[in-house]
Design a protein around this ligand. Structure first.
Ligand SMILES: Nc1ncnc2c1ncn2[C@@H]1O[C@H](COP(=O)(O)OP(=O)(O)OP(=O)(O)O)[C@@H](O)[C@H]1O
Length: 362
């Protein structure tokens, strides 16, 4: 049976990308079509390797070929990805900047930042992480990098900092440049300069996502970062208690202010329920259930998922090996799902900005 490229494109033109609400051909996501006898292969270029709809899209492509051309074709679908970007982030090579924030301290913002970064990297994305939490930079401890100093070189009179690479991601923390035993009271302009240097003076290379762990609350650093760099969006971390939810609402309000205007990628609810290690299917909603998702509904922003309260998270954070690195546990599953949701929201946002014309940015 002779099949043509046109027939293939026509068949795949019936497959809609569920989030972007256009067909794969219009979105320029079908590439490298090869036909040899009754053998057909093509690539589907997704907008993120963490795409939660990967399997669904692949099946829909196979069904479309079977339905619109013939069931006798041997189909090979190569699922690849190229992360989209719509903003010049101001940091060469960096496609998307994602801010991780919380209204209140201690809700697990750093834990979420670290495990989100690692889960995105595990999916195949190129990821960097900046720890800008001047009040308690915890990332050096969580990665077992206390006392490390990133290499710095001078190039044409300018300092170039080399981010530290660990567990497949690139890292810089304000904590690498301070002495943990000598808490320095940071002053506004000093903080702004230091944080900007973490973006501007570092060799980040090519990154799909650069995450920034912001200090809790709303303050100088939030304004510096959002006004100096076009942040793709913010992830807001909360816990289920009313006090935390009220502060999360304030945090979201800040990003939505006209002068700041950073899209909210969504709300993550941390410590949602307690799960005993020996009974992982049991969920005890000790701080109340559904607060984070209700807040998301009221504010009309996406809800990115619930992360359980598990003793292992603290232990692994203290031991310098984040929990996501342990395969197949309930935590790595929760973080993988959350990372997919975040990546999905970035893709949707980029598509919206691009007017859905051509998503694959070369
Ligand atoms: N889901 C969880 N289960 C158990 N412990 C957790 C969980 N999330 C965070 N923790 C623990 O709670 C403490 C605070 O977490 P973390 O440092 O991530 O919060 P934070 O919001 O970044 O804090 P800060 O306001 O100081 O920046 C840490 O000891 C951490 O290990």
């Amino acid at each position: 049976m002779d099949i043509t490229k046109e027939q293939v494109l026509q068949a795949l033109g019936h497959v809609e990308e569920p989030d972007l609400k256009k067909d794969l051909v219009t979105l320029n996501m079908i590439q490298d079509i090869n036909i040899s006898g009754n053998k057909l292969s093509f690539s589907v270029v997704l907008t993120t390797p963490a795409c939660p709809l990967k399997d669904l899209i692949e099946n829909a492509c196979r069904n479309a070929i079977g339905h619109f051309i013939s069931k006798d074709i041997e189909v090979t679908v190569n699922m690849t990805s190229q992360v989209t970007t719509q903003k010049n982030t101001g940091v060469p090579g960096v496609k998307n900047i994602i801010a991780v924030a919380s209204g209140k301290g201690g809700v697990g913002k750093s834990t979420v930042s670290v495990n989100l970064a690692l889960a995105l990297a595990k999916s195949g994305a190129k990821v960097g992480l900046i720890d800008a939490d001047i009040y308690g930079p915890s990332i050096p401890i969580m990665f077992g990098l206390e006392g490390e100093r990133p290499k710095a070189t001078q190039e044409n009179g300018k300092t170039r900092i080399e981010p530290i690479e660990k567990y497949g991601i690139k890292l810089l923390s304000i904590g690498f440049f301070t002495d943990p035993n000598q808490p320095v009271p940071w002053r506004g302009p000093m903080v702004s300069t230091a944080v900007k240097q973490l973006f501007n003076d570092a060799d980040w290379g090519e990154l799909d996502y650069l995450l920034i762990d912001l200090p809790p609350g709303t303050g100088d650093i939030h304004i510096t970062v959002t006004q100096s760099f076009p942040v793709t969006g913010a992830v807001i971390v909360t816990t289920p208690q009313n006090v935390a939810l009220a502060d999360a609402k304030k945090g979201i309000g800040m990003f939505m202010m006209e002068a700041i205007n950073v899209p909210i990628l969504g709300i993550v609810e941390n410590m949602s329920y307690f799960t005993p290690a020996e009974l992982p299917q049991n969920k005890y909603y000790i701080f109340g259930q559904g607060g984070g998702s209700k807040l998301a509904e009221v504010l009309d922003v996406p809800f990115l998922g619930e992360i359980p309260l598990i003793k292992g998270i603290s232990d692994s954070g203290d031991a310098g090996k984040p929990i996501v690195l342990e395969d197949n546990g309930p935590m790595s599953e929760a973080f993988a799902a959350m990372a997919s949701s975040v990546a999905q929201q970035v893709s949707i946002y980029n598509a919206r900005v691009a007017g859905n014309s051509n998503l694959v940015n070369n």
